[in-house]
Design a protein around this ligand. Structure first.
Ligand code: ATP
Length: 259
């Protein structure tokens, strides 16, 4: 893995607890420009909690998080302007149209009004929903809403893009398009931090995969490195490293419980 210049993000001994439950147990990471990080782990492992720390939504943690060498706690406003964030289960203002919503988001990022409308229309066209630009989003399908959310995360052309399950609800064509888009954004020098349970997608789009389990990073490397010369899929590597190779047995237990 080629490491370029200074890290965009440095996480040092990050710990986070909810009450007396520690969910991040001392995470250390350096993330470099242009990297596509696939952040994977079982349900409840701590992925969304990490993302919330990185996006400034959680600030009662131990350890340090630096963006371009600056502590995020010291300069969260200017750091937020450089980040595009697509949250999992985001609330979207459904009574608005995509153009109204994107205008609102663009203004939050300090974009010029004329610039927002032009870029929003281009992005809506690229995602194939330009004909719905003036339609209220409470009439939208799940995938259409997800596309608007994705657009709202990149409309200000951020340097760092943080995606929490961005493909949820998207059809196969849109998934392919987003996969290609992630690769192009990375070629363009953007740094991408991407949480997902879709192992086949993570395997293809990430140049570095981080596996978190019980609040600790237990694997860090390219797909080839994690495979260690073997021919396992990422799904198998995930099961092996998280000690869940018995999904077959678990499925039988569920069925037994119904009898
Ligand atoms: N606001 C909260 N209050 C208390 N506990 C929380 C809170 N948010 C998350 N947790 C707990 O922290 C742990 C990590 O949750 P987190 O959402 O980070 O996991 P995740 O890896 O994103 O999981 P998933 O894959 O299911 O989305 C879980 O045990 C969860 O119950």
């Amino acid at each position: 893995m080629e490491l370029k210049s200074l890290p965009v993000i440095s996480i040092r001994n990050l710990k986070k607890s909810y009450g007396d439950k520690q969910v991040l147990k001392g995470i250390n990471l350096e993330i470099y420009p242009g990297q596509v990080i696939g952040y994977i782990g079982p349900n409840g492992a701590g992925k969304s909690t990490t993302v919330k720390v990185l996006t400034g939504l959680i600030n009662d943690y131990e350890g340090e998080v630096l963006f371009y060498g600056k502590n995020i706690q010291d300069d969260i406003i200017s750091i937020k302007a450089k980040i595009g964030y697509v949250p999992e289960n985001a609330e979207i203002y459904e009574v608005l149209t995509p153009l109204e919503y994107l205008d609102f988001v663009g203004k939050l990022y300090g974009m010029e009004e004329s610039h927002i409308a032009e870029r929003a229309m281009k992005l809506l066209t690229a995602f194939g929903i330009n004909t719905n630009a003036d339609q209220r989003m409470d009439t939208f399908s799940k995938g259409m809403r997800q596309k608007v959310l994705l657009i709202s995360g990149i409309i200000h052309n951020p340097e760092i893009i943080i995606l929490d399950e961005p493909l949820s609800g998207l059809d196969a064509n849109a998934v392919m398009m987003v996969k290609e888009l992630i690769a192009l954004l990375a070629q363009d020098g953007k740094t991408i931090f991407y949480c997902s349970h879709m192992m086949d997608v993570v395997e293809k789009v990430s140049d570095r995969i981080l596996l978190i389990n019980n609040g600790e990073i237990i694997a860090d490397g390219s797909f080839e490195e994690l495979r260690e010369g073997g021919n396992l899929t990422l799904e198998h590597i995930f099961a092996k490293l998280t000690g869940k190779e018995e999904s077959n047995k678990e499925a039988h237990h569920v069925l037994d419980a119904l009898k």
